[in-house]
Ligand binder design. Structure first.
Ligand SMILES: C[S@@+](CC[C@H](N)C(=O)[O-])C[C@H]1O[C@@H](n2cnc3c(N)ncnc32)[C@H](O)[C@@H]1O
Length: 241
């Protein structure tokens, strides 16, 4: 049984209060500096781009819509109904489909896999902002969704990002405006150890095909006007080996 109830409430509260305009949420950067960079590393590993693509923990769907422009069948899933309200509102043409799903819930990913078949999976910034006990179940969900033909792209702020965020949270003038709501809602970011992520993947039966580091561009600036970028690590994984 998933232990995400507290997190679900935190996320619901966060997304209910989040502004709908682009770029108002801390991590909600333009896909041209986000998913586009990830696809450059993900696409060469896809064996079948016609498979459904699941954006796991899609939030307000900014990256999902970008993915839906490039892949024929995209499904954004999220724990928070309020996140999906934003995602649907921002996608009046219905480029992607959206669904409420706690991916850490036992059997949820298997049920979705039975419906979609093997799927490609994109997951950005979910593990470091969920209940620690849900991290392995979330990665197990990726393994269930990809089956033998799908591939997964996973990107998470790295350990060093936690230090950057901690310093911002403690700054004498208070945290930057877009970081403040995250802290207020108790969605503590950034305490996944760098070594833990490949370990979750291996435990889930996934093989890492490729990995690397990239700056995670945020929508926030330091007082001197520098855009805040967090270090992040990414992985492409498969079950088919
Ligand atoms: C930091 S946000 C990232 C959103 C999006 N991936 C992006 O890059 O803009 C993390 C999202 O993961 C969702 N999430 C957390 N735990 C989840 C779970 N167990 N199942 C599905 N979604 C989850 C949260 O509701 C939240 O919208």
């Amino acid at each position: 049984m998933s232990v995400t109830r507290r997190y679900r409430e935190a996320w619901e509260g966060f997304w209910r209060e989040a502004p709908g305009e682009a770029g108002e949420v801390f991590w909600d950067a333009d896909p041209r500096v986000t998913a586009a960079l990830h696809l450059a590393y993900f696409e060469p590993h896809l064996t079948d781009a016609e498979l459904a693509l699941v954006d796991l923990g899609c939030g307000n769907g900014t990256q999902t819509r970008y993915l839906a422009d490039r892949f024929p069948r995209v499904l954004g899933v999220d724990l928070a109904a309020a996140a999906l309200d934003h995602a649907r509102h921002a996608d009046p043409a219905g480029l992607a489909a959206y669904r409420l799903l706690d991916a850490a819930e036992k059997g949820a990913a298997e049920t979705l896999h039975a419906e979609l078949g093997d799927a490609n999976v994109y997951m950005r910034g979910v593990l470091h902002q969920c209940e620690p006990a849900d991290r392995q179940p979330l990665v197990d969900a990726i393994a269930a969704l990809v089956g033998t033909r799908g591939r997964a792209f996973l990107v998470e702020p790295s350990e060093a990002a936690g230090l950057v965020l901690g310093a911002l949270a403690q700054s004498p003038d208070g945290p930057p405006p877009k970081l403040a709501p995250i802290l207020r809602h108790g969605i503590a970011p950034g305490d996944v150890a760098d070594d833990a992520v490949p370990e979750y993947l291996r435990t889930a039966g996934l093989t890492i095909l490729s990995y690397g580091e990239l700056p995670l561009t945020t929508t926030e600036f330091t007082p001197d006007g520098t855009r805040i970028k967090l270090p992040s690590q990414w992985f492409v994984a498969t079950r088919a080996m």
